[in-house]
Ligand binder design. Structure first.
Ligand code: SAH
Ligand code: TMP
Ligand code: ZN
Length: 411
């Protein structure tokens, strides 16, 4: 798959970006001062395909530049996501696997085993596919069977040869990362039993447009899916959409359930969401033009708010060095002159600098030991968990600032 495309990555129709966020570094590329000079940049520009409905980046760095042995995102650091994946796994066990004899579950992008641990604990035959070695090692240390490779058609053939066909293929916040999506869809189609199911979730286009949560757009997210585009894509490979289940995670996600054509009944949720997506204008160029204007207004608001904080002498600190925040900070041009440091609980990010804008990332204790006046909630997608944890800051008189204007879905 080419890094920069002029044609849709799904259906090959010619596409053009409807806006650009400018030059961007690797979103999870936290770096040392010595690495500033060689920092990699690409143009972050989304395009919409009016044939298959897929929103996608026209340029994406090589997967190996993003997913490697120093990958900075460890899923299990969030307590709420642990609960989310326990519930997700329970639903799969109770609704899908209950009648299967010796079921086999495959997960793409299994990271540190946050989901598969729930299957392993029940002695269920499982396999995680996780190309980032360091997070895969964490999963392996918990006894979760994991292969460190990129999933594609070739790997699917290998899995079938080694383990047989799968009852369920799962993934969360992974499918939208993979540029060579047709090879992945073909591989899943081959891997599944004739009555198997593919169940995956990713940030949802409808939520992103309503909330102007443009920080969903960053290097790893080569696609932002809708039910319409998912049905089109997998329909090319013999799989049909049989259900959709909205999720509150990551600022508004959608869980898609797919199965080999004709093997399972189709929920009425599917027809309903297609209608809603048309009503929301997901198929219209004007919708994306409005999104661009909303992004510009959002940027102006945030920069003005931070300049005002600075003017009145308040100390501002960023909370959560998320991958999403790389888009916000670089698009808005927010650097160390406006934000003193970013507090983050991930050891691998601490002591480094944020990609592009080079704001120092410091351990969480640096935040609690000397509270700032204002915290910019860059990890707004973990708002509920953070608000519960940070009562002390609020009681101390600390103020929260949201990087995006509207009230967001909570996780
Ligand atoms: N499922 C976890 C992790 C999401 S992060 C969660 O929801 O928290 C995305 C993960 O997908 C990373 O760990 C990355 O290494 C992995 N990934 C990227 N490309 C992949 C591919 N082609 N096949 C399988 N996993 C991939
Ligand atoms: P994410 O938005 O990609 O899930 O990343 C969340 C980041 O926020 C991750 O680097 C860990 C950090 N974080 C904190 O620092 N404190 C917290 O309480 C939570 C939930 C996350
Ligand atoms: Zn297309």
């Amino acid at each position: 798959m080419e890094l920069k495309v002029n044609n849709c990555r799904v259906c090959s129709t010619s596409i053009k970006p409807f806006m650009t966020f400018g030059k961007m570094p690797i979103a999870n590329g936290f770096l040392t001062a010595e690495q500033f000079k060689g920092e990699y940049y690409f143009e972050l520009a989304p395009a919409f395909c009016n044939k298959c409905g897929m929103l996608q980046l026209i340029e994406q760095p090589e997967p190996e530049m993003m997913f490697h042995e120093n990958y900075a995102f460890f899923s299990s650091l969030s307590k709420h996501m642990q609960i989310h994946f326990r519930d997700f796994a329970n639903q799969v066990k109770n609704r899908v696997l209950k009648d299967c004899e010796d079921p086999f579950v495959v997960e793409l992008g299994s990271n540190d085993g946050i989901m598969l641990g729930n299957f392993k604990d029940d002695g269920i035959h499982h396999l995680g596919i996780e190309p980032s070695e360091n997070v895969a090692d964490v999963a392996r240390s918990k006894g979760i069977q994991t292969v460190s490779e990129f999933f594609n058609l070739k790997l699917a053939e290998q899995i079938v040869a080694d383990h047989g066909h799968a009852d369920v293929v799962l993934s969360a916040n992974v499918m939208c990362h993979i540029p060579d999506i047709n090879s992945v869809a073909e591989g899943i189609s081959l891997l599944l039993k004739s009555d198997g199911m593919l169940i995956f979730e990713d940030p949802y286009l409808g939520d992103m447009l309503i909330k102007t949560s443009y920080d969903q757009i960053y290097d790893e997210h080569v696609f932002i899916f809708s039910a319409t585009s998912v049905a089109w894509l997998f329909g090319q490979h013999g799989l049909e959409l049989i259900d959709v289940l909205p999720q509150l995670t990551h600022g508004g996600s959608m869980r898609y359930v797919l199965a080999p054509k004709g093997s399972h009944p189709i929920s009425e949720n599917v027809g309903n969401i297609f209608i809603r997506e048309r009503e929301q204008g997901l198929d219209k160029a004007e919708t994306y033009d409005l999104f661009r204007k909303n992004c510009e207004a959002s940027k102006e608001r945030l920069v003005n708010l931070l300049k005002e904080e600075k003017k009145v002498g308040r100390r501002v600190v960023g909370y959560g060095a998320t991958s999403k925040s790389t888009t916000i900070l670089n698009y808005c041009g927010i650097g160390p002159s406006l934000i003193e440091f970013i507090s983050d609980t991930t050891p691998l990010k601490q002591g480094k600098f944020s990609p592009g804008m080079h704001i120092p990332v410091k351990p969480y204790e640096t935040f609690t030991e000397n509270y700032p006046d204002t915290a910019l909630l860059l990890a707004w997608n973990h708002q509920t968990e953070i608000m519960e944890k940070e009562k002390g800051f609020t009681e101390h008189g600390g103020r929260w600032l949201s990087p995006l204007p509207e009230e967001k879905s909570k996780t």
